[in-house]
Design a protein around this ligand. Structure first.
Ligand code: PGA
Length: 251
C-alpha cells in the first residue's frame, strides 16, 4: 500500500518559494551543525527560478551561505558545451551559482560533451560522487508535462540510475521556444535515474500554473507507474509537493 506524499497548496509561487527556502535554510544549518556539508540535488527549467531568486535573497541577507554546500544537478543536454546559453551549466551559473558563495569544486553537473565511449564511465562516476558526498540530503524537482522528474521520461524504470536518455517529443516541444526552434533542441540528455532521485533523504517537487494541474494530480493520486515517473514519489517517505493554487486545483 502506498500513501500519497503531502501536497501543500500556496496562494502563489512566491509564498511557496519563501516557505520552502526558509525550510531549506533550517535543514542546511542543522546538517552543517553535525560537521558535514549539506548535499543538495538541484533542478533547472522555469519552475525553480523564483526559488533560486529567494535563495539568492537569503544569501544577500546573510542568512544562507553555500560555502559548505555540495550540489548535484539532475541532468544536462547531450551535445551542448557548458558555455552554450541553453546548457544547464549556463543556467545554473546565471540563475544561482554566480550570485552565491559556492566553491566551484562543490558543483556537479553531468558533462553534455562526454564522448559515447566515455559516457557509461561518466554516469557511473556521477553516482559515485553522490555516494562519496554522503548521498543527497535535499532534492529539488520540477515536473514535466510527461510526468518526468529529471529527464526520466515515460518508461524509465523505478530503479534507473544516471544514464543517457532520449527526450520525449512533448519535452522537446516545451523546450523549443528557448532554443529558437524544435530542430535546435537536443534529442538526448544525461539524467539521474528514478532510483538515484528516490535515494534523496528529502524531496520537494515544485509546480506552478494550470498547465501542470492534470499531471500533478496524476502523479499524486494515480497509480504508481513508470508511465509517470513522478508517481514513484508516492513511495518516498519524505517527499512533498509545493504547488500554487493553479497547479493544485485538480486535487
Ligand atoms: P519547467 O520544466 O520547469 O520548465 O516547466 C519542468 C520539468 O520539465 O521538469
Amino acid at each position: 500500500m502506498t500513501e500519497s506524499p503531502p501536497a501543500r497548496v500556496f496562494a502563489d509561487r512566491s509564498e511557496a518559494c519563501r516557505t520552502l527556502a526558509l525550510e531549506l535554510v533550517g535543514l542546511v544549518v542543522s546538517i552543517q551543525a553535525t560537521g558535514r556539508h549539506a548535499v543538495l540535488g538541484l533542478a533547472t527549467g522555469r519552475t525553480p527560478l523564483p526559488f533560486y531568486a529567494e535563495l539568492i535573497r537569503l544569501h544577500r541577507e546573510g542568512k544562507l551561505s553555500f560555502a559548505r554546500i555540495i550540489t548535484f544537478n539532475l541532468d544536462e543536454y547531450l551535445g551542448l558545451p557548458a558555455r552554450h546559453p541553453e546548457s544547464y551549466h549556463s543556467f545554473m551559473r546565471r540563475e544561482l551559482f554566480d550570485h552565491v558563495d559556492i566553491p566551484a569544486a562543490n558543483i556537479h553537473i553531468p558533462d553534455g560533451m562526454v564522448t559515447p565511449e566515455k559516457l557509461a564511465a561518466h554516469c557511473a562516476a556521477y553516482e559515485d560522487a553522490i555516494r562519496a558526498a554522503g548521498g543527497i540530503d535535499f532534492q529539488l524537482l520540477g515536473i514535466g508535462r510527461t510526468g518526468h522528474i529529471g529527464f526520466n521520461e515515460p518508461g524509465s524504470p523505478r530503479d534507473s540510475r544516471t544514464r543517457r536518455v532520449e527526450l520525449d517529443p512533448i519535452t522537446r516541444q516545451d523546450a523549443a521556444p528557448s532554443f529558437g526552434g524544435l530542430d535546435q533542441v537536443p534529442t538526448h540528455a544525461i539524467s539521474m535515474g528514478c532510483g538515484t532521485i528516490l535515494e534523496a533523504r528529502k524531496i520537494a517537487l515544485l509546480a506552478w500554473g494550470d498547465a501542470k494541474a492534470a499531471i500533478v494530480n496524476e502523479a499524486l493520486t494515480g497509480p504508481v507507474t513508470d508511465r509517470v515517473s513522478a508517481s514513484f514519489l508516492q513511495e518516498h517517505p519524505d517527499a512533498t509537493f509545493y504547488l500554487d493554487a493553479e497547479a493544485g486545483k485538480a486535487l
